[in-house]
Write a protein that binds this ligand. Structure first.
Ligand code: SAM
Length: 158
């Protein structure tokens, strides 16, 4: 667990988490350590791979129609108990939920990536900011004008 900085505060975490997650694969990136990662991914960042576990490969079908994807991943090397934190970049003390820091009770990372191609069980993308081997949680097409329209919900206007 990483050290806390002066002024930072922590919460006592429950012994048992409230939900279970299934890792669906791994993010393969050129970043070996946290220090190597960009703070946020950029669309022209280095080529990375989202490698899906075999069982989930058919779940990729149809994604080739999209240029941009939202990728959710588990920032597995983060401590999870900081309530307030002091980012290295500016030293000011702030609430965890006012930051995109990987240190949070549920260390879920979210990146909008550019889909460059597919090689079997792997998607080739640009725009990730995580350490090589970071567990992959989910992939969704960008919600945009080109998304297949969902049928209207009864009783909901607009
Ligand atoms: N783009 C995501 C978001 O906004 O939700 C994550 C942003 S977070 C600021 C990205 C930083 O998390 C990286 O620069 C690196 O310091 C750290 N990081 C990357 N992979 C990690 C991992 N597997 N566990 C813990 N921290 C990680």
């Amino acid at each position: 667990m990483t050290e806390i900085r002066p002024g930072e505060t922590t919460a006592e975490l429950p012994e048992v988490p409230s939900a279970g997650l299934y890792f669906i694969g791994r993010c393969r990136t050129p970043f070996a350590t946290r220090a190597d990662c960009p703070r946020q991914g950029v669309p022209d960042g280095p080529l990375c791979r989202l490698e899906l576990d075999e069982a989930w490969v058919p779940a990729l079908d149809g994604l080739e129609n999209y240029q941009a994807l939202d990728v959710l991943y588990w920032l597995d090397r983060s401590r999870r108990d900081l309530v307030t934190q002091s980012p290295k970049s500016d030293g000011a003390l702030r609430g965890t939920f006012s930051l995109r820091s990987p240190v949070r009770p549920n260390p879920i990372g979210l990146s909008r990536v550019r889909l460059v191609g597919r090689e079997g069980a792997a998607l080739l993308v640009r725009g990730l900011d995580c350490i090589d081997g970071t567990p992959l949680l989910d992939i969704k097409p960008e919600a945009c004008a080109y998304s297949p329209p969902a049928p209207p919900k009864p009783g909901v206007e607009g």
